[in-house]
Ligand binder design. Structure first.
Ligand code: PGA
Length: 253
């Protein structure tokens, strides 16, 4: 049975290290009893070292929320893929809509994805349209975003990439996207990947959905939306809600 991947994007939360440790420990304990989910938590970078300090085999992988594409040098405020790798980070979000909103272009996303792969980390490449129009223009936008964001991924490494489909209008919203629409869009994403990397690679590409996922709707999204997992924002820092979400996915697998 293939494990479902649940990624918790903590965003700029919580404000104290103690609280971060508390969330992480609770998630770790829960995850250790859930064999059908692979949990990745992406805390703010300042907490990574502490959370990952034991470095023992853990049921929870540590991801980062962002990264820079250079390895080292005069880049004030930036963190390199190698630095994250050295802290035991296995996944990095690139192209999240909140980063794109602050100026991250497809070209930057492509360079980041390439650098992350070079460091031996899985990039979680986020894509998603800002709005859905009746004429299907959003599909063209999505296609361009995928093509451009993956432009520097070598064919032999595409299997290391995780795609996260996050319609921007569903992020932070009350309701997620309709699961049948998630299913349609994930097929579309695979088609675009197939055109670039071939059918077999596209078939194997892991696709997550993100946007207003919570413990009530998670299993429906994964099952009916036919995705490999979820990218969870708000619910990932709500300990009881996130644990319920993980249990619901584990139970359906
Ligand atoms: P949300 O955020 O689950 O709070 O809607 C998702 C995300 O931004 O990854």
């Amino acid at each position: 049975m293939k494990k479902k991947i649940i990624v918790g994007n903590w965003k700029m939360n919580p404000t104290s290290l103690d609280e971060a440790v508390k969330i992480y420990k609770a998630v770790k304990t829960a995850a250790s009893r859930l064999p059908y989910v692979h949990v990745v938590v992406c805390p703010p970078s300042v907490y990574i070292q502490r959370l990952n300090s034991s470095r023992s085999v853990s049921p929870v992988s540590i991801g980062a929320q962002n990264v820079f594409f250079e390895e080292d040098g005069a880049f004030t405020g930036e963190i390199s893929p190698r630095m994250l790798k050295n802290l035991g980070v296995s996944h990095v979000l690139v192209g999240h809509s909140e980063a794109r909103e602050m100026g991250e272009t497809d070209e930057i996303v492509a360079r980041k994805a390439e650098a992350v792969l070079d460091a031996g980390i899985h990039p979680i490449v986020c894509v998603g349209e800002k709005e859905r129009d009746a004429h299907g223009m959003y599909l063209d936008i999505l296609k361009e975003q995928i093509k451009n964001s993956l432009a520097k991924v070598p064919k032999k490494l595409i299997h290391q990439v995780i795609m996260a489909y996050e319609p921007v209008w569903a992020i932070g919203a009350k309701e997620p996207m309709e699961p049948s629409h998630i299913h349609e869009t994930s097929i579309f994403i695979k088609k675009v990947i197939s055109d670039i990397f071939g059918h077999e690679n596209a078939f194997k590409t892991v696709i997550l959905y993100g946007g207003a996922a919570n413990f009530r709707n998670a299993s429906d999204i994964v099952e009916k939306g036919n995705v490999d997992g979820l990218l969870v924002g708000r619910e990932s820092v709500n300990i009881p809600g996130f644990i319920e979400l993980l249990k619901s996915i584990n139970a359906r697998s």
